[in-house]
Ligand binder design. Structure first.
Ligand SMILES: Cc1cc2nc3c(=O)[nH]c(=O)nc-3n(C[C@H](O)[C@H](O)[C@H](O)COP(=O)(O)OP(=O)(O)OC[C@H]3O[C@@H](n4cnc5c(N)ncnc54)[C@H](O)[C@@H]3O)c2cc1C
Length: 523
């Protein structure tokens, strides 16, 4: 069952309807038309907020620290499609890469922007798959079934998770019961790790081991065993792992469309964010000074020392950057929000990609060539991509999270590549790749300046921190709010997903409307 359209049990309302509202998400007083609002970060959250605020006649001013190879500001943040220099049609998704259709806010915007997401993501079992576990190799052809031991471990997991998911599904259409039941689950699981819950629900050590390595549809999840079980349970209840899609032309097209596409706006007429920002964002923010008096303006200083003042600011950069890169006055946030900023867990994640001259595996018997590979070896997951407009293929040789990502940290880029190739050589018994390789690219998000990690996933005990982040855009009194609103995926319930980033952008945009004494539609 795919739930539609209210997807998250924690959310207070349906964002899908909100963004479909014809006149925009709200209305500001006439005298506020053209007011500048600072938006820090040109990722999905910041540009979604900007897109909606521009619609109702405000002037979003974008700041961005990341840069393209040529030194120009890079739009997109963690929606980062790498075009290989030797063939710009060969794409590597360095950040987000899979979109489940149940993410209705994301797909709604993609529909509006004319972005095709009809093609299934080449996840394990969606394409021929090789499993390699404890030195043993198993090949699963298309439509084939999992080998016995793996099937048993997944069966043990389903035996305990399915009844709970079904319980939520049966009451999903009743908002009152859904919220009540979800809160019961929250209380039950918020302080427990994924691993603890597996143990408590009778999975044997061997089953946990195998399930963790081969796991949940898209790959092994044992790197996530220390994470709060609630994060995993939400994923299962909301079906975010089901029927995932590729974004044709690259995931970056989502933030780029917010940036470039025209929209009919109040006050501006036909306008786009790029034009309002004279073609490019301002540079990195170095300092945010929030006055004690709520009716004074917030001052933002960029790395070039230029200071500008704003009535409202939306901050979408990684919450870690607020402790390390940007000087932020303490009075900007409550103590509860500061604790959350300091504590909430950012996962580590790395990817190693190559471009091959041809998508050579396409025309070969999958038994005799490379295919989607899931393993307990250090590379963890290998995924294959081909394209309509180029013979080149792209292979994500390795996609890792948490401790698995750290294993490759000590190596330089070339060593990571060589390690990945040598592991695949061991799995397949010979080198299937090297003579096809044209270029490579690796990324580790915790190393990348300004990001400090890949995405937020709470540890046990951080539910209250998450709540503090979520609620800071919904203050009791907007009139006396200082006007600085935290946004970005880490403030949403759906850490690790563009959907969560978009919701957080909408939350912050609504908060700005409130701060400027406007009215909200729908909510
Ligand atoms: C490895 C990986 C895999 C993922 N897989 C998926 C997936 O399959 N599907 C999915 O939906 N989502 C996935 N995600 C999550 C998704 O990419 C994010 O949730 C989303 O892109 C976050 O958007 P954001 O706007 O909140 O943050 P960001 O995109 O990080 O935007 C914040 C921006 O702030 C900028 N910034 C930082 N410091 C400053 C400063 N001082 N001044 C100005 N600007 C600054 C940054 O450069 C960045 O551009 C993945 C993420 C990663 C890293």
């Amino acid at each position: 069952m795919i739930y539609d359209p209210w997807q998250y049990p924690d959310n207070p309302f349906d964002y899908t309807s909100l963004v479909n509202y014809k006149g925009g998400i709200g209305k500001i007083p006439d005298k506020k038309a053209g007011t500048k609002v600072a938006i820090i970060g040109a990722g999905c959250a910041g540009l979604c907020a900007a897109w909606e605020l521009m619609k109702i006649g405000l002037h979003p001013v974008i700041y961005e620290s990341d840069k393209n190879l040529d030194g120009t500001p890079r739009i997109g943040g963690r929606a980062f499609t790498w075009r290989f220099p030797g063939d710009q049609s060969a794409l590597a998704e360095l950040g987000a890469m899979r979109i489940p259709p149940v993410h209705k806010t994301t797909t709604g915007y993609m529909d509006r922007f004319g972005i095709d997401y009809s093609q299934p993501f080449p996840d394990p079992l969606i394409v021929p798959t090789t499993l390699y576990f404890k030195g043993k190799k198993y090949f699963i052809p298309l439509g084939g079934s999992l080998p016995g031991p793996v099937k048993n471990s997944i069966h043990a997991w389903e035996k305990f998770i399915d009844p709970m998911v079904k319980k939520m599904a049966t009451i999903w259409d009743n908002p009152y019961l859904r919220t009540l039941e979800w809160q019961n689950f929250v209380e039950q699981f918020k302080n427990k790790s994924f691993y603890q819950v597996l143990c408590e629900h009778g999975l044997s050590r061997d089953e946990i081991d195998l399930f963790g390595s081969m796991g949940l549809g898209t790959g092994g999840f044992n790197s996530m065993f220390p994470i709060s079980f609630l994060e995993i349970f939400r994923l299962m209840v909301c079906k975010w792992e089901v029927d995932q899609r590729i974004v044709k032309g690259g995931v970056s097209r989502i933030p780029e469309s917010f940036w470039e596409q025209n929209r009919l706006c109040r006050h501006w007429g036909k306008m786009n964010i790029k034009t309002l920002n004279n073609g490019q964002p301002l540079g990195a923010v170095a300092r945010i000074h929030t006055p004690d008096a709520f009716d004074e303006k917030i001052k933002i200083t960029d790395i070039n020392g230029n200071t500008r003042s704003y009535e409202a600011v939306i901050l979408t950069c990684s919450h870690r950057a607020l402790e390390t890169d940007i000087k932020v006055s303490r009075n900007t946030f409550s103590d509860a929000v500061w604790s959350a900023i300091q504590d909430i867990h950012m996962t580590r994640s790395g990817k190693v990609f190559i471009r091959t001259r041809e998508a050579f595996w396409k025309n070969l018997d999958p038994r005799s060539t490379l295919n989607c590979t899931i393993t307990d070896e250090a590379i963890r997951g290998t995924y294959l991509f081909d394209f309509d407009d180029t013979p080149s293929g792209v292979i994500c040789l390795s996609y890792t999270w948490e401790d698995s990502a750290t294993k490759l940290h000590g190596l330089d880029e070339k060593e990571r590549l060589d390690k990945s190739l040598s592991i695949l050589k061991t799995i397949y018994g010979r080198d299937l790749i090297s003579d096809q390789m044209a270029e490579f690219k690796t990324i580790f998000w915790e190393h990348k300046k300004g990001y400090h990690g890949a995405f937020k996933l709470n540890y046990p005990g951080q539910y209250e921190d998450q709540k503090a982040l979520f609620l800071q855009t919904k203050p009791k009194s907007m009139a006396s709010h200082n006007g600085v609103f935290l946004s970005g995926e880490s403030t949403s319930w759906a850490g690790g997903w563009i959907e969560g980033a978009l919701h957080s952008g909408l939350d912050a945009a609504m908060a700005v409307i409130g701060k400027l004494q406007g009215e909200l539609h729908m909510v």
